[in-house]
Design a protein around this ligand. Structure first.
Ligand code: UDP
Ligand code: MG
Length: 320
């Protein structure tokens, strides 16, 4: 690479063989309108279909394209991270591979960046072609996250965004393992602005976020940006202990002033089950945080690169 491009566009791809050609066509068409040079970094996140072959073919015919192929599926957030680590541009744009984020919006993002903003994040004003379950759950997730989080995280905002070199450098120094990139960008600060856009339906293929993955992602968001779930134990403890004291008082009054001694085991049974349940749930919450500490303490690299193309470095040694 001779000089630093103006813009690096980062596209995480996991089993996107149905869309990738069309995505590249539309993306590169749009990017011809950006003055100052661009690079497109496709990150293959351990796809099990033909995505990586298609990406290598695209790279072979288009000198603005770089491909990073991870050694296995590391997940969307780590794929994006690998792209950000490799980006050379003055600014970088994160965009999904499925054309749900319209490439034309990138031009508006660049315009706002030129006006002096460090982060331009796309906010979904409308979502088409997504199940109502996904829409409703996403809506409440972002609101709950915001209530719990220590830094305000913008509502209805995904990873589609532009970040300046300054933000990129800060993000590169944040090596946390359980990553929630959109929250991390909020944490960094600087001048940030929302850019509303209409989220289109997926061009082809199916969502790579099935239900359980979405739940885990939501959990990552909350657990990485809030310790409120830990405090919950204290609050619930105070309330139940208070109830317990009331119960003692009630039993004493009955014992001393009436002949009507508490009978039956129902209340006792309910209390035991309730307390046992709460304690197990809170142990689980503790476990989540401890698990994260454990993962962080191992200090492993965040991802492993299997192959890189188009970065101008020598080809990797052949694999046996
Ligand atoms: N993705 C990825 N690794 C994964 C899952 C998804 O790189 O393990 C990519 C995927 O190829 C797409 C983006 O992340 O470019 C968003 O995924 P998807 O469109 O399936 O999610 P949805 O829009 O349905 O939330
Ligand atoms: Mg999508």
């Amino acid at each position: 690479m001779d000089s630093r491009p103006l813009l690096s566009v980062i596209v995480p791809c996991f089993n996107e063989q149905e869309v990738i050609e069309e995505t590249h066509k539309r993306l590169s068409e749009t990017l011809t309108q950006v003055q100052g040079g661009v690079e497109i970094i496709y990150v293959n996140d351990g796809s099990r279909d033909r995505t990586v072959e298609l990406l290598f073919a695209i790279q072979a015919r288009d000198p603005t394209v770089r491909v990073i192929s991870l050694s296995r599926n590391f997940g969307h957030q780590l794929a994006v991270t690998a792209g950000m680590d490799a980006a050379a541009g003055e600014a970088a744009v994160l965009i999904d591979a499925d054309l749900q984020d319209p490439p034309a919006v990138i031009l508006e993002m660049v315009e706002l960046w030129r006006q002096g903003y460090d982060v331009v994040y796309g906010t979904r004003s409308e979502r088409e072609g997504e199940t109502s379950f996904k829409r409703v759950s996403a809506k409440y997730f972002y609101r709950i996250l915001n209530m719990l989080s220590e830094v305000p995280i913008p509502l209805d905002t995904g990873d589609f965004r532009l970040v300046s070199r300054q933000v990129l450098e800060t993000m590169k120094s944040m090596r946390e393992y359980d990553r929630f990139v959109r929250g991390m960008v909020s944490w960094v600060g600087y001048r940030q602005i929302a850019l509303p856009y209409k989220r289109a339906p997926r061009f082809a293929g199916v969502s790579k976020y099935p239900f359980w993955k979405m739940v885990r992602f939501a959990g990552d968001g909350i657990l990485s940006f809030s310790i409120v779930p830990l405090r919950l134990a204290t609050w619930i403890g105070v309330v139940t202990a208070g109830l317990g004291f009331l119960g003692i008082f009630y039993a004493l009054v009955l014992r001393l002033f009436t002949s009507n001694w508490v009978s039956g085991w129902t209340l006792l049974f309910i209390a035991i089950v309730l307390m046992g349940g709460i304690q197990l749930v809170m142990l689980g919450v503790l476990g989540e945080y401890i698990g994260r500490l454990y993962r962080a303490s191992k200090n492993r690299p965040l991802y492993v690169v299997g192959d890189r193309r188009g970065f101008g470095d020598p080809p990797p040694p052949p694999r046996r």
